[in-house]
Design a binder for this molecule. Structure first.
Ligand SMILES: NC(=O)c1ccc[n+]([C@@H]2O[C@H](COP(=O)([O-])OP(=O)(O)OC[C@H]3O[C@@H](n4cnc5c(N)ncnc54)[C@H](O)[C@@H]3O)[C@@H](O)[C@H]2O)c1
Length: 362
């Protein structure tokens, strides 16, 4: 007679276990956590990658998006193993679709340094206009709040010092930096139109010079330029007499300001930056001291579009967001130097960003 199927199962269990009930599959307790999803464009760039870190730390599910035109996957490779991080290699000037819900969108995709946007002027204009339009549309569909990255460049060559948010700027619409300045001014106008016409929840941050780890060494901005020269044993180049001033904000301070602004209920533009000014000459001397190098300072003619002074008025951010920068320049530069020192020789000597050739004509 054929054995019953239950007998067969019993027969396979160890003798000692036969009289005990069969073990049940273990129940895994899944924490009922709801993670809000946030989309960060420009995620592989300097600021975007720090935003990804911050939002993951706050417990969000982060979706990064970037076409890598000026960014690098190296900035976010430490996130690739995480289940709460996704990455889309995508150009935001093309239609943007993200499956599932979104709570917030942070639009940080855009070339940001003069040597970048002068090389790719049309992409720069497109990412501020078409890219912003695509993301505002996505925000509407998803009922998400959107924060767009604007810049102190909207003030152009300012006639008012320091600049507060009520200043309309002094911009040449066809000047050397116009592709960037006008792209960002259009971005602000479009974002405000979506807010007033569609009632979309929008935020705008006007970012002033920010520095820190993950800046690209060859992006032409003064902090990586001086650091690179010091590390390669070259003299530090000062344009003009070096009496032009800059104010530098450490990246952690900026990210904190952006985070607070996103969570605020203010739709107008807000300056975030560090108002502490330093002359370029003094700054170069500080770098020589920090890097303990005995290179010289060499002087070259000042480019025509180099602003003499840029300084944020952060009264609004202080009042509205209870925010002000905390990291002083000595500490911030120490952290930044530690990052640049960790780069390989090949990275230190890289003259051009690898992806320009690949993307510039698209
Ligand atoms: N760093 C600053 O001091 C500063 C100052 C003012 C404003 N901002 C703004 O902050 C944002 C980020 O600047 P950053 O310093 O991190 O620059 P970055 O070049 O390091 O990062 C920008 C990122 O955007 C990506 N990107 C560019 N065009 C894109 C497109 N069409 N589609 C998808 N991705 C694209 C790039 O590949 C890059 O990874 C920019 O919008 C910039 O205008 C930065």
């Amino acid at each position: 007679m054929a054995k019953k199927s239950t007998d067969r199962i019993k027969a396979r269990r160890p003798v000692a276990a036969r009289n005990k009930p069969a073990p049940r599959a273990k129940l895994r307790l899944v924490k009922p956590v709801h993670k809000d999803r946030v989309l960060i464009t420009g995620a592989a760039g300097f600021l975007g990658s720090h935003l990804c870190d911050r939002f993951l730390k706050e417990g969000f599910h982060v979706i990064g998006m970037d076409n890598l035109i000026t960014g690098s996957l190296k900035n976010i490779e430490h996130l690739f193993k995480r289940e709460d991080f996704e990455f889309y290699h995508h150009d935001v000037t093309k239609f943007v679709h993200v499956p599932g819900d979104l709570r917030y969108i942070l639009h940080f995709a855009s070339p940001a340094s003069p040597i970048d946007y002068e090389k790719i002027p049309i992409q720069t204009l497109k990412v501020g206009s078409l890219g912003t339009h695509n993301l505002l549309g996505l925000a509407r569909v998803k009922k998400a709040r959107i924060l767009v990255a604007s810049t102190s460049e909207v003030y152009g060559d300012p006639k008012v010092h320091p600049q507060d948010e009520s200043y309309w700027g002094h911009v040449n619409p066809i000047g050397k930096r116009s592709m960037y300045d006008e792209s960002k001014r259009f971005q602000e106008a479009l974002t405000m139109a979506y807010h007033t016409y569609h009632g979309l929840e929008t935020r705008m941050v006007r970012i002033f010079n920010t520095y820190g780890p993950r800046m690209r060494l060859n992006d032409g901005r003064v902090v990586p330029a001086f650091m690179g020269q010091a590390l390669r044993g070259e003299d530090l180049t000062i344009f003009g007499k070096g009496d032009q001033t800059r104010s530098f904000c450490y990246v952690d301070d900026l990210i904190e300001g952006i985070y607070r602004l996103l969570l605020s209920d203010y739709a107008g533009p807000v300056n975030i930056g560090n108002p502490k000014e330093v002359t370029i000459k003094q700054f170069a001397q500080e770098i020589l001291k920090l890097t303990r190098t005995d290179q010289k300072l060499i002087y070259k003619p000042l480019p025509s579009d180099d602003p003499m002074q840029r300084q944020p008025d952060i009264t609004l951010a202080k009042k509205l967001l209870k925010w002000q920068p905390k990291v002083d320049r000595a500490e911030g530069m120490k952290r930044t130097y530690a990052y640049f020192k960790s780069l390989s020789k090949a990275e230190l000597n890289e003259k051009e960003h690898f992806s320009f050739e690949k993307y510039a004509r698209k």
